[in-house]
Design a binder for this molecule. Structure first.
Ligand code: UGA
Ligand code: MN
Length: 256
């Protein structure tokens, strides 16, 4: 089965670096289609050129986060969910595209939501490839913990190891689950709620799709960390700004 990876992305200084790192991971994964969704009112030249040269099978989409849902400069990062509209746009395209394809094969696949800044082991993709409904695994360096994970007893997920609100329907990071394409196609309305309170974005999507009892634990009964919620430091531009003030800033024609 093909793995469809949906990635929201937005313009910032480190964007091309993040996309380079992620795309070069994805290049090692067989049978993968990348759905890259820009948080933007238009497709940017940087991402367009980047994808054309990436060597990946991809679909390039865009949709802006409405202003009232977008984080403003200075807002704490947890105030509003990020990437919700973009993941929904990816789902919309996928459902439409699959409907247009003929044959039972077009309904087979796996959907994974991969943020552009995390770190993914190649093994993770093989773990998720035979997902029947929803598969789950640990995520490292997330939620103020060494890792969060589903707790498995007798081959079943019985609860979640998390430091925060374990009572959430699915206290999982976005990086910690994959969904079968079949389930996505059979539940046309399942999507992310851009108004979900902090920590409930993943639950807003998974709630109607599965129960805890049905989750398929991967990565050795959720005992191995194969994905890390890494976050990239925002580069400081003090020297650049000082030089710019003297008319000596870096050449803006050089893409970073
Ligand atoms: C955590 C989770 O790992 C995310 O999956 C979840 O979307 C997010 O919290 C949330 O609460 O909304 P975090 O590292 O804090 O992630 O979020 P980011 O990595 O900054 O953003 C998640 C994705 O959305 C990234 O792929 C990023 O490029 C994209 N994004 C971010 C946008 O498309 N637009 C934005 O304005 C910000
Ligand atoms: Mn992130």
């Amino acid at each position: 089965p093909t793995i469809f990876v949906i990635t929201p992305t937005y313009a910032r200084l480190v964007q091309k670096a993040e996309l380079t790192r992620l795309s070069q991971t994805l290049l090692h994964v067989p049978q993968l289609h990348w759905i890259l969704v820009e948080d933007s009112p238009h497709k940017t030249p940087l991402v367009t050129d980047f994808l054309a040269k990436s060597g990946l099978s991809y679909t390039h989409l865009h949709t802006p986060t409405p202003k009232d849902r977008k984080l403003q400069e200075g807002d704490p990062s947890w105030l509003k969910p990020r990437g919700a509209e973009q993941r929904n746009e990816g789902l919309r395209w996928l459902r439409e595209d699959r409907r247009a394809q003929q044959g039972a094969d077009s309904q087979q696949g796996v959907v994974y939501f991969a943020d552009d800044d995390n770190t993914y082991s190649l093994q993770l993709f093989e773990e998720m490839r035979n997902t029947q409904r929803v598969s789950v695994w640990p995520v490292g360096l997330v939620g103020g913990m060494r890792y969060e994970r589903p707790v498995v007893e007798g081959g079943k997920v019985v609860r979640f190891h998390t430091g925060w609100r374990p009572s959430r329907p699915f206290p999982l990071d976005m990086a910690g689950f994959a969904v079968s394409l079949r389930l996505v196609l059979d539940n046309q309305d399942a999507c992310f709620d851009g108004d979900a309170p902090m920590g409930f974005l993943e639950s807003s999507f998974l709630q109607g799709l599965v129960t805890m009892d049905e989750l398929e634990p991967k990565a050795d009964n959720c005992s191995k960390v194969l994905v890390w919620h890494t976050r990239t430091e925002k580069p400081k531009m003090k020297r650049e700004e000082a030089l710019q003030a003297q008319g000596l800033g870096s050449d803006t024609a050089v893409e970073v």
